[in-house]
Design a protein around this ligand. Structure first.
Ligand code: UDP
Ligand code: MG
Length: 333
């Protein structure tokens, strides 16, 4: 074993969002125990119940009683969405390594030790799972994600085939620098690439299983939202620290065209003494000049906004007492 693969001072937090996953939650936590027992590093599970209306909360509480305080349960005050749940779990996680996965048992806990080894042996900051043999119905789910993955690869240099796979591992100090909001959990590799070298983001083929209990929480409308999120990601990767350049360059170009039109009309009026009041160019010139001013000032506003930290997008109702949390293995606390 190489030195870096010896798990010297590493510890692991497994972050899982659950929304109406009764029948899956307890099973998954039991399965995680079976899969993670061989680990030599200390580990914990951070289960985030995203405002479930079924008995997920009770099932998670029972798992905590059964397995111990290293199973941390956070109950949201209402449903805030998968991204907010993942972000919360990441905020609460204490491990030096953080694994995220779905709570519906589609991801396989037995992949986790391999993900850890792959990350440490290759000295990476993030490894994304690749559902090589994806068990989801229909081309309508696979084709849009293929296009999105390719666009992300082009603009960010991140060589990840399957951004939609929730099973991922991160170094905690890297992922904790990123703020995930909205439904941006699908674009974590791009966000991580904004705080580390894209070369330090790898991928590994992982197992993917069909959902056996419960339903997918997303419908066909996901495709539109993925496209809109992609636009934001692509914009952000290039202009997050200088949005004024993005809006300003359009603004200056429009303003210049509008200014030239108005200048020309002014000359016509003054030199030739011709009336320009009804010329279409007058309207176009005024419109362009105004739009230009608007875009430049929008750019200034965007610059001001980027200097304000974003608010957190969730509220916690209860969390299992943090000071009582224990690691599963080799803990001295
Ligand atoms: N999820 C969540 N909040 C939501 C929607 C989903 O915590 O508002 C969880 C869900 O319980 C599951 C994971 O996110 O653990 C992935 O959801 P789902 O299986 O519905 O997505 P798909 O596999 O269809 O992409
Ligand atoms: Mg699923």
């Amino acid at each position: 074993m190489t030195e870096s693969a010896e798990h010297g001072h590493d510890s692991l937090s497994v972050v899982i969002p659950f929304y109406n996953e009764v029948g899956n939650a307890g099973e998954l936590i039991a399965e995680l125990h079976e899969a993670l027992t061989p680990l030599t590093m200390p580990w914990e599970i951070v289960a985030v119940n995203d405002g479930s209306r079924d008995d997920t909360a009770a099932e998670l509480a029972a798992s905590r009683r059964r397995f111990g305080d290293h199973v941390c349960v956070i109950n949201f005050a209402r449903n805030f969405g998968q991204t907010a749940a993942m972000q919360t779990g990441i905020d609460y996680a204490r491990g030096s390594l953080i694994v995220t996965m779905d709570g519906d048992r589609q991801n396989d806990p037995h992949d986790i030790p391999r993900l850890i080894d792959y990350l440490l042996e290759n000295d990476l900051d993030m490894v994304s799972g690749w559902r090589k043999d994806r068990q989801d119905a229909a081309i309508r789910r696979k084709l849009p994600s293929r296009i999105a993955n390719r666009l992300i690869r082009r603009t960010t240099g991140v060589d990840v085939r399957d951004n939609g796979c929730s099973l991922k591992i991160f170094r905690a100090h890297i992922i904790k620098q990123v703020v995930l909001m909205g439904e941006m959990h699908r674009f974590t590799s791009a966000w991580v690439a904004s705080v580390t070298d894209p070369q330090r983001i790898g991928e590994m083929a992982v197992n993917h299983r069909a959902r056996t209990v419960g339903d997918s929480k997303y419908g066909i409308s996901r495709t539109t939202r993925v496209i809109l999120d992609l636009v934001v990601v692509l914009f952000y990767m290039r202009f997050s620290r200088r949005p004024g350049h993005f809006f300003g360059s359009f603004g200056l170009a429009l303003g210049a065209v509008g200014g030239a039109m108005l200048g020309y009309l002014l000359m016509v009026k003054l030199i030739m003494g011709v009336d320009v009041g009804g010329r279409p160019m007058l309207f176009a010139g005024v419109l362009f000049a105004l739009a230009g001013v608007q875009l430049v000032t929008t750019g200034v506003l965007a610059e001001i906004l980027t200097r304000n930290a974003p608010a957190k997008g969730y509220a916690v109702r209860s969390a299992s007492a943090m000071h009582e949390r224990r690691w599963k293995a080799g803990d001295s606390e």
